[in-house]
Design a protein around this ligand. Structure first.
Ligand code: ZN
Length: 164
């Protein structure tokens, strides 16, 4: 599967909810997991490979003393976000679909997500810090939003020449 780049209208569409988790869909999700586990990735959403469905995978690495000690993928189907913390944090983000561009994005520090897993089981969890940021970035893809839409006005101006 190839990564869809900025400029492709699929990245701007609101993704369709998943109605049924078929074997075919499960195979597709396993491919997404493999892509998310790639050392250069921290997550991937289905629209990024041209599939406009409400599915994403996050795999933020866990660091200890500058070394990655763990990188596990987690699947979210039909995610619904709630309870964003009032406290926000500004960090640099990039995106596989917007290669070569990184910029500062302000997001809530923590967020609650309800979703279903690859077996069709519903779950809810609250994420904080970097995993929460990755989750919100990937969830944006489901809604046709890219991190460049959320750049500070300064970074937006600075990066505009690099956006095709
Ligand atoms: Zn992205």
């Amino acid at each position: 599967m190839d990564i869809i780049r900025y400029g492709n209208p699929i990245l701007r569409k609101k993704a369709e909810p998943v109605e049924e988790i078929t074997d075919e869909l499960r195979a597709f999700i396993h491919e997404l997991i493999q892509m998310a586990l790639h050392p250069n990735a921290v997550g991937i959403a289905a629209p990024q490979v041209g599939v406009s469905k409400a599915i994403f995978v996050i795999a933020p690495p866990l660091f200890e003393k500058g070394q990655i000690i763990k990188k596990e993928a987690k699947v979210y189907i039909n995610p619904k976000l709630s309870n964003p913390s009032k406290e926000t944090q500004t960090e640099e983000e990039g995106c596989l679909s917007v290669p070569g561009v990184r910029g500062n994005v302000t997001r809530p520090v923590s967020i609650t997500v309800s979703a279903i897993d690859i077996h069709g089981n519903p779950f809810q969890e609250t994420l904080t810090g970097y995993p929460a940021r990755v989750l919100m970035h990937e969830n944006d893809h489901i809604n046709g939003v890219l991190f460049i839409d959320r750049l500070s006005p300064f970074d937006r101006k600075r990066l505009t020449p690099y956006l095709p």
